[in-house]
Every structure is written in C-alpha cells, then in structure tokens.
Design a protein. Structure first.
Length: 91
C-alpha cells in the first residue's frame, strides 16, 4: 500500500521547471526615459510561463548565459534561474 500524499500534485505544486524557450522583449518608455526589458520564460514545453522584468545589464548577461547553457532550470517560488548541472566531482 502506497502512502497518501499530503496534497495532490498540481501545476502549482511543481517548484522547479526546465526552461524550454525564452524571448527577450523591449518596450519603449516615455520620451527621454529608458525602456523596459522583459524576459519571457517558457517552462516544461509550455506547461508554465513566467515573465521577468530585467534591466539592460541583466538582459545582456542573461542572454550570454542562456545562449551557452545546455540545461536551464527555473525555481518558480524563488524566481531563480539555474544554469546547467554539474555532477559531483567534476568542474
């Protein structure tokens, strides 16, 4: 007999998801002011989406990381991107 889970498994209970696709967008600001960068994350082949507002420096750095990482995970509750995985004992 299997134990009864404390709660049913739902989309909201999955905390870490794999990044499938991403898209940067830029929206112009008022004349004389900076625009706004956003980063849309498509997670688990579209099972979840997240939109983050980032500054220009972060957008540049994230583009570099996202374009070179083989695997990227996103912790939904902590709003944290994690780039790749490395087995213990490897660098």
């Amino acid at each position: 007999m299997s134990p009864t889970p404390k709660q049913p498994l739902t989309d909201d209970s999955i905390k870490v998801r794999q990044l499938s696709h991403y898209q940067f967008s830029w929206v112009a600001g008022d004349p004389g002011s900076r625009g706004t960068w956003t980063l849309q994350l498509v997670l688990d082949e579209g099972a979840w989406e997240e939109v983050l507002t980032v500054d220009a420096d972060d957008a540049d750095n994230l583009q570099d990381l996202l374009s070179t990482a083989e695997t990227v995970f996103y912790d939904v509750s902590r709003q944290t991107l994690m780039f790749g995985t490395t087995p213990v004992g490897h660098s």
